[in-house]
Write a protein that binds this ligand. Structure first.
Ligand code: BDR
Ligand code: CA
Length: 316
């Protein structure tokens, strides 16, 4: 079977870890590289987690370290608690035996794109710093990619430093996001889509049960218990596994429906809406659409895919 080569640029991250596990469970994907960037937790931890995830999930791929700070603004440098202190909830990784690739993320992304000869599917589910650096260094990268899918942006935000809200991944490095949106054909899986794919407590109960006590399902069992506790103990009746939705939509296109809009990324750190993806939903700007925005979600299908994922590792 001909597999699709993929790269996952990420900041693991609880939902990033689900995303990697999901991609690894897909028989049509060949993971070529995982490229960690600064984000949910500082780069030192996203790097450690990426190395550990590769080993725990037994993925035969490169792990190439990326940026440790955004292009222009300083790294926000606060542990938000959303992903636990080390970035992966309550998961404890054994020390990694294998080290990183000798090349940085941007060189590996380009090298794999060249090798894949137009077939590479690039996911970015963290801040877009690595991708922006790759594009600055390799201006021909866009024409080498088959598709570029991000988790980021959306019609509303989830973090605020100014009184207005923006989506976390874009907010961390808006300069990078702006450059990436200008240079690449972006499929944007934003918060409006990921929140519409929220999972309820009953879904997590089922997922944990499907993991059973299989050692191979340790990661998903622990992530699911953490996600459930983290959200439900704080009074929410759902939890959102953002990054996995971007991957799920490329495994089964029925998960998402995209609509094309003009999207403007506010990258001026002085502006109150810094980091927002301003989407011309009413088509009033007179600008041509420049982005495919995920607008409709098949939540039951996504929930089923997350359960199938737990079953996959629970019966491995
Ligand atoms: C995004 O921000 C991070 O916390 C998650 O990993 C996800 O990529 C959601 O806004
Ligand atoms: Ca992420």
């Amino acid at each position: 079977m001909k597999k699709t080569p993929i790269i996952i640029d990420c900041d693991p991250g609880v939902d990033d870890s689900y995303a990697i596990a999901l991609a690894n469970s897909c028989e049509f994907f060949d993971i070529k590289a995982i490229t960690p960037v600064e984000g949910n937790v500082p780069a030192e931890l996203t790097r450690k987690n990426a190395l550990a995830l590769r080993e725990m999930l037994d993925i035969d791929c490169r792990v190439a370290f990326g940026a440790d700070k955004p292009l222009v603004i300083p790294y926000f440098n606060k542990i938000t608690g959303t992903h636990g202190e080390a970035g992966v909830g309550t998961v404890k990784f054994p020390p990694s035996k294998l080290g990183p690739d000798e090349k940085p993320a941007w060189d590996v992304i380009y090298e794999e794109a060249v090798k894949a000869n137009g077939e590479l599917l690039l996911f970015a589910v963290g801040p877009l710093t690595n991708i922006a650096i790759a594009l600055r260094k390799y201006p021909d990268l866009p024409k080498l990619l088959k598709k570029f899918v991000i988790m980021g942006g959306g019609t509303f935000g989830n973090i605020s430093s100014t009184g207005e809200t923006a989506e976390f991944n874009i907010w961390v490095d808006p300069t990078a996001a702006k450059e990436v949106f200008e240079k690449l054909d972006v499929y944007m899986v934003g918060l409006n889509a990921t929140h519409a794919a929220e999972l309820k407590k009953a879904d997590f109960d089922e997922m944990i049960a499907l993991c059973g006590d299989n050692e191979k399902a340790y990661l998903l069992r622990e992530l699911s218990k953490f996600s459930m506790r983290n959200a439900f103990e704080r009074g929410f009746d759902n939890s959102v596994i953002h990054d996995a939705l971007a991957i799920a939509s490329e495994i089964n296109p029925d998960v998402l429906e995209y609509e094309d809009y003009y999207v403007f990324v506010e990258d001026d750190p002085q502006k109150k809406n810094a980091g927002q993806t301003v989407i011309d939903l009413e088509r009033k700007s007179g600008k041509e659409p420049n982005c495919h925005v995920a607008m409709k979600v098949n939540q039951p299908l996504f929930a089923q895919m997350m359960k199938d994922l737990c079953k996959y590792y629970g019966t491995k």
